[in-house]
Design a binder for this molecule. Structure first.
Ligand SMILES: [Mg+2]
Length: 199
């Protein structure tokens, strides 16, 4: 049986935070450093109005210019080696060209087919065996909605970032969540799943 992996894009493959910081620096905002972003809310961490962040992300060309995060190519290679990979990504709804740019970006850097991209913020509706995401709230919601393939439970993989540590995990989710920092820790999670499936 083939495993189905759902892979988030921003904060896992694409450097959304780096893109925001780059534009803020260009615009002369003081003390813009990614190390200051230790909570989910970028605006409050950097003392910038939320509207400014939304406006930057909503600009045509922003999404397509994002850099690939270190280790992202190795992560996708690892997932592809073990199963089918779908890229489940929540769009910036105010950006007219976001979904087009995101699909093209995935094709350019990861050779992804458009049919492998799911643009949605309702990730809990997407079926899979493993969700790799940097947003604990999304993993919570997804694990509660996705039991996995009987008798083995679906797993959530939190892509470690300074802004996603120590989240409040939902009841019944803890044992199914793994925190990883790189592709080889992801490989360990997959191996443990395979072992469990095959005894
Ligand atoms: Mg993300």
């Amino acid at each position: 049986m083939t495993l189905t992996f759902l892979c988030d894009v921003d904060g896992v493959l694409a450097d959304f935070l780096g893109g925001i910081c780059g534009v803020l620096k260009e615009r002369g905002y003081p003390d813009i450093r990614r190390e200051r972003v230790v909570r989910w809310d970028i605006a409050s961490c950097l003392d910038v109005p939320s509207k400014v962040i939304y406006d930057i992300a909503g600009c045509e060309g922003f999404c397509e210019c994002l850099e690939v995060l270190p280790g992202a190519v190795a992560l996708v290679d690892t997932l592809r080696h073990h199963g089918d990979v779908y890229f489940v990504t929540s769009p910036v709804w105010s950006a007219r060209t976001w979904m087009f740019e995101r699909t093209r970006w995935l094709r350019e850097y990861f050779d992804v087919k458009p049919s492998e991209v799911v643009h949605t913020s309702a990730k809990h509706l997407v079926r899979g065996d493993v969700l790799i995401d940097d947003k604990p709230e999304t993993i919570n919601q997804w694990l509660l909605a996705q039991p996995g393939t009987d008798p083995y439970p679906a797993r959530g993989v939190v892509w470690d970032q300074p802004y996603n540590r120590n989240p409040p995990w939902a009841e019944g989710v803890r044992g199914r969540v793994h925190r990883v920092r790189n592709w080889d820790q992801t490989e360990e999670v997959i191996q443990s799943m395979i072992k469990q499936r095959h005894g």
